[in-house]
Design a protein around this ligand. Structure first.
Ligand SMILES: Cc1cc2nc3c(=O)[nH]c(=O)nc-3n(C[C@H](O)[C@H](O)[C@H](O)COP(=O)(O)OP(=O)(O)OC[C@H]3O[C@@H](n4cnc5c(N)ncnc54)[C@H](O)[C@@H]3O)c2cc1C
Length: 166
């Protein structure tokens, strides 16, 4: 049911798409919001093994939307290099679709928050990370997006640039 990309030449390979998800630090999570309006909200995340994890407050528009509908999409922009004289942008981005859920299991919550903590503060000691997590434990809300479909796309100019080096 997921669509194929029309411009096949511009498709990023699976590993390149995963690398974008691994390397970038924020994306836009699209949910079915109030009155069925789409709700696109920017958020930090961590990718791990075909899943994306988010940390959130326990209430709000985002949480209500997730509770209402488990279908979600998430978009990460890798690059947006404007080339004014060509009236274009040399872009690269990844879009995923999947099912989203609020984690309830303590072990899953701990693993997810540790992944996020390591991504955003890799130099921190295990002891301090553990201390911060236990201090915040009661207010933690972790969300998991299981990827069902992923596409990466880049500007045709970037595709041509790669070919020059082949
Ligand atoms: C780069 C980046 C990283 C972020 N990382 C995280 C994160 O890891 N975890 C996290 O929980 N939040 C993060 N945020 C904040 C996030 O975008 C939301 O503001 C927050 O999660 C609250 O969402 P909510 O739906 O509960 O807000 P609510 O206050 O319930 O939303 C109510 C309304 O406020 C407006 N609104 C909410 N958020 C925004 C926004 N960011 N910009 C403009 N209008 C908004 C919308 O109209 C929304 O319908 C990040 C934001 C940015 C820009």
């Amino acid at each position: 049911m997921f669509r194929e990309m029309r411009r096949k030449k511009q498709i990023l390979g699976k590993q390149e798409s995963i690398d974008v998800l691994k390397n970038k630090t924020a994306g836009v999570l699209a949910l079915l919001g109030d009155d069925d309006y789409p709700y696109a909200v920017p958020i930090s995340y961590v990718y791990d093994n075909s899943k994306i994890y988010f940390h959130s407050a326990k209430e709000g528009h985002k949480i209500d939307a997730i509770k209402k509908c488990s279908k979600a999409s998430f978009c990460v922009i890798d690059q947006d290099n404007i080339v004014p004289e060509e009236y274009t942008t040399y872009f690269r981005s990844v879009i995923v679709f999947g099912k989203i859920r609020i984690l309830e299991d303590e072990k899953e919550i701990r693993e997810a928050i540790e992944r996020l903590a390591i991504k955003y503060h890799p130099e921190d000691s295990k002891e301090n990370r553990g201390w911060v997590i236990s201090k915040e434990w009661r207010s933690l809300c972790l969300i998991e997006l299981s990827i069902e479909h992923m596409t990466g796309k880049e500007a045709v100019e970037l595709v041509k640039g790669k070919k020059q080096f082949e």
